[in-house]
Design a protein around this ligand. Structure first.
Ligand code: SF4
Ligand code: SF4
Ligand code: SF4
Length: 277
């Protein structure tokens, strides 16, 4: 019974992904969905099981397993542009396939359930950024979040222009935009991490995908809570947060309500076990 309780989150997450996998496989008559969602759900379940066994690198295992699959297999081998330009491209084509389904599940509606879990466990940009040396930001958040709306607008304008001007060879252009976009994201992400001494600076200020992620994650069912009776106010939880979240403030005001990536650093750091998911 104790074992079942320990692995319950792992089993629940696998069950959710398997339900999505089977539903899409049967409704869209495409075996890819069975493989895709079983693979992702399997890695998430494995990560949760490793975390339950206090394995230090549980999150990194999931990040690498899912992130590399998305970047290398779906992006480079299958020519599926999974970046935000790819989402607009498939949406404008009226195709509800891998990229559009991926955005709907992981980034637009799914965050109502699991917040910004995508950013903590699956994003292939953050998969690299999290290896950089500034795991805990040395200074408070800067007021640069407006930049994400500019990058979001530029991505939408780029794809709209391709359709408006009826540019030919769209598939080829989208493949190259995937490659170039990723190089730019990595360059900007690594450059900002060193400039601001903050691995997640790109996530906080530049990433256009947060425009999708934030609204639903505001209502996320999964969120960090602090037991005020157990807390002794040592502040260790805040020190280790890569996203400058003040988890001691229970309100869902903008910064706290939509920035947590569920990395569990604060849960692990609390000496009184007052921080819980
Ligand atoms: S904010 Fe953007 S770059 Fe950062 S983890 Fe989330 S999706 Fe990836
Ligand atoms: S680490 Fe735990 S005890 Fe310390 S301030 Fe945070 S919640 Fe309170
Ligand atoms: S340290 Fe805690 S509050 Fe900060 S992102 Fe990780 S789980 Fe969320």
């Amino acid at each position: 019974m104790q074992k079942l309780k320990k692995y319950l989150p792992s089993l629940v997450i696998f069950g959710i992904f398997e339900t999505i996998a089977i539903t899409l496989w049967l409704t869209k008559n495409n075996l890819f969905y069975l493989f895709n969602f079983t693979y992702i759900g399997g890695f998430l379940a494995l990560g949760l099981a490793l975390y339950a066994n206090r394995y230090k690198y549980a999150r990194q295992v999931v990040q690498l397993g899912v992130g590399l699959y998305m970047l290398v297999y779906l992006g480079l081998c299958c020519n599926e542009n999974m970046q935000i330009e790819g989402f607009w491209y498939y949406l404008f084509l009226g195709v509800f396939e891998a990229a559009t389904i991926h955005y709907a599940v992981a980034k637009i509606f799914g965050p109502v359930l699991f917040g910004r879990g995508w950013c903590g466990y699956a994003c292939w940009t953050a998969m690299v950024l999290d290896f950089l040396p500034y795991k805990q930001p040395v200074s408070p958040r800067k007021k640069l979040g407006f930049i994400r709306y500019i990058t979001f607008g530029l991505a939408l304008a780029f794809v709209s222009a391709l359709f408006l001007f009826q540019v030919k060879q769209l598939e080829k252009i989208m493949f190259w935009s995937f490659l170039i976009g990723n190089v730019l994201y990595y360059a900007a992400g690594i450059g900002l991490a060193f400039a601001f001494k903050d691995n997640r600076a790109f996530c906080k200020y530049i990433c256009p995908i947060t425009v999708f992620l934030k609204p639903a994650s505001y209502f996320s069912l999964m969120r960090i809570k602090v037991d005020a009776d157990a807390c002794v106010g040592c502040g260790k939880c805040r020190q280790v947060c890569p996203m400058n979240v003040d988890m001691l403030d229970p309100s869902r005001k903008r910064e706290n309500g939509t920035e947590c990536i569920l990395c569990m650093n604060c849960v692990d750091a609390c000496p009184k076990k007052a921080v819980k998911l």
